[in-house]
Design a protein around this ligand. Structure first.
Ligand SMILES: *[C@@H]1O[C@H](CO)[C@@H](O)[C@H](O)[C@H]1NC(C)=O
Ligand SMILES: *[C@@H]1O[C@H](CO)[C@@H](O)[C@H](O)[C@H]1NC(C)=O
Ligand SMILES: *[C@@H]1O[C@H](CO)[C@@H](O)[C@H](O)[C@H]1NC(C)=O
Ligand SMILES: *[C@@H]1O[C@H](CO)[C@@H](O)[C@H](O)[C@H]1NC(C)=O
Ligand SMILES: *[C@@H]1O[C@H](CO)[C@@H](O)[C@H](O)[C@H]1NC(C)=O
Ligand SMILES: *[C@@H]1O[C@H](CO)[C@@H](O)[C@H](O)[C@H]1NC(C)=O
Length: 480
């Protein structure tokens, strides 16, 4: 082989350029710049982050100004979801207590367990953490920065659970100036509300909270097998199980949002491949539970999309910024109704959708990544923009969607600058999506006779004006 070293093959280049080339080559060859943060791969347990997926700029396109916006937010960080706690975390913590005799201090990568105490008690489950309250308040401040010309909301809507209600209150505290004037309207999490609540999946009998568990457990067993084998070689007495490993990895997320950091996130304990296995396991579960692998997702998500589109398209809105809080289930169902993060997008057919999430190996190039969709405080925004002097496009009204601040291209609606879509295009898009996914009650097989397919909370005056928040109105049970 003839030598093709830079000094011989690039002799004819000016010396300056040669230096730059050689320099940048050696930089990429000599140093690994691989970075991995497990907190960005923890699905529903991921602390809030903005994955820039896709990396389009969150700024509005040149010449465009937001004139109205609507946000659907998952509640902020909590101590632990009751299912996660009971299924994975509590059994691991009890097992630790039953193995008090084990001297962890001598065991590599697990030695921290000798001084570790559980960050969660049974009583704290489901409550918002301090980090959660701060992050929700921060989102309030972010909205005021993002929309300096819009009127602040006079009302914020939330489903009635404590963690969603407190998230709404915290956001209001971050949004309000001194006055105590933004009201929080609580929408009861009824099982008979039809589509008219912020938790419509609860009134949908065809939705099952357990959907996806069977498929999830297939990949859970696969990715944890080598990990349990490795940990059991270190501490055979403990007999680590798949569920222990899954719970320990969840603790990385929960302990981080409770204490600010967690030894379970250490990459010497669980490698990047281990975390990617955890993330894929969660993505399989969400795919079948609230994603494209569930027959009802789009039907449950559509009423929010349709109601929101009406609020944004209308002439005069009561609010410039509509903000609502819900649980992790609703935003992904709205995302299905909208056709975003579709693994089959740009080809592939509907029938192949489950094939895009194989149970025996990771689809690394999937669009459906729960960490990017529903971290704590995950948020979905639809914006109405006014654009003028945008080269190459007519002046007028355009619409844009952001997920955790990343602009999302809409399927079949891309006739505006950047990821935006014209008013006509957006109206047609909403009609098309409504045609596909209308019929909540029928699809859900509702078993009560007063159901409705329409979400009307934003315009229903009978719901009243809600409750003021107050800067320091923190109930005692909430002070830790
Ligand atoms: C149906 O009736 C139940 C019980 O009165 C009520 O809680 C629920 O909100 C009603 N549903 C609708 C869609 O009005
Ligand atoms: C380890 O745990 C598994 C699952 O709980 C159980 O089936 C097995 O018998 C245990 N092995 C030992 C050696 O205790
Ligand atoms: C996902 O994309 C495929 C291929 O474009 C399309 O056939 C399917 O309808 C999409 N699914 C939804 C729910 O939009
Ligand atoms: C995907 O799998 C789920 C669960 O088995 C099933 O209900 C659904 O119909 C499947 N989707 C398609 C498009 O085959
Ligand atoms: C969608 O909104 C339109 C306009 O308000 C309304 O007439 C229709 O009933 C809504 N459909 C659904 C399924 O929400
Ligand atoms: C809600 O506020 C509006 C405007 O301040 C007021 O006119 C209305 O009476 C209030 N409604 C209730 C139910 O308090």
């Amino acid at each position: 082989m003839p030598s093709m070293g830079p000094s011989r093959s690039l002799q004819w280049l000016p010396t300056g350029l040669l230096f730059i080339l050689a320099h940048s080559c050696s930089a990429t060859l000599l140093y690994s710049n691989y970075k991995f943060n497990p907190l960005e791969h923890l699905g529903g347990v991921a602390p809030y982050f903005e994955p820039q997926d896709p990396p389009a700029s969150p700024s509005t396109p040149q010449g465009c100004t937001p004139v109205r916006a609507a946000y659907l937010n998952r509640h902020a960080a909590i101590y632990a979801n009751d299912f996660d706690y009971e299924e994975y975390i509590e059994p691991f913590i009890s097992k630790l207590e039953n193995h008090k005799g084990l001297d962890w201090s001598k065991i590599p990568t697990l030695n921290f367990l000798s001084g570790w105490t559980a960050p969660i008690t049974e009583a704290e489950q489901e409550l918002l953490t301090r980090v959660g309250r701060v992050e929700a308040a921060q989102l309030g401040a972010t909205l005021s920065f993002r929309y300096p010309n819009l009127r602040l909301p006079t009302h914020v809507w939330t489903s009635s659970a404590e963690r969603t209600y407190k998230s709404a209150q915290s956001l209001v505290r971050g949004l309000e100036t001194d006055d105590n004037w933004i009201r929080v309207i609580s929408i009861y999490e009824s099982e008979k509300a039809g589509a008219n609540s912020l938790t419509p999946y609860k009134s949908c009998p065809a939705y099952s909270g357990a959907a996806g568990s069977d498929q999830q457990s297939v990949y859970l067993n696969k990715f944890t097998a080598p990990i349990t084998a490795r940990l059991n070689a270190l501490a055979p007495e403990f007999n680590f199980t798949s569920n222990d490993v899954y719970g320990m990895m969840e603790l990385c997320g929960y302990e981080s949002v409770i204490r600010g950091s967690s030894p379970f996130c250490d990459l010497d304990l669980f490698s990047p491949d281990d975390w990617l296995g955890w993330e894929y396991t969660a993505d399989i579960q969400y795919h079948y539970n609230v994603g494209y692998g569930s027959e009802v997702s789009g039907f449950v998500g559509l009423p929010w999309l349709n109601a929101t589109a009406n609020l944004l398209l209308g002439d005069e809105g009561d609010e410039d910024i509509y903000v609502s809080f819900t649980h992790r289930e609703l935003p992904p169902m709205v995302i299905v109704a909208m056709g975003l993060f579709n693994n089959s997008g740009f080809g592939g057919g509907e029938s192949a959708i489950n094939d895009t999430m194989p149970l025996d190996r990771i689809n690394y190039h999937r669009a459906w990544k729960s960490s990017h969709i529903l971290p704590f405080l995950g948020n979905l925004a639809v914006e109405r923009l006014h654009c003028k002097g945008t080269y190459g496009y007519d002046d007028g009204e355009y619409y844009r969607v952001l997920v955790n601040s990343a602009p999302q291209p809409l399927p079949d609606c891309a006739d505006g600058p950047g990821t935006t879509c014209s008013r006509n295009g957006f109206e047609r898009y909403i009609r098309d999506r409504t045609d596909i996914f209308q019929g909540f009650s029928e699809k859900c097989g509702v078993d009560y006779d007063n159901s409705t397919d329409v979400l009307s909370i934003y315009t229903d005056l009978e719901l009243g004006n809600g409750t003021l928040v107050g800067k320091r109105n923190v109930p005692l049970s909430y002070c830790r």
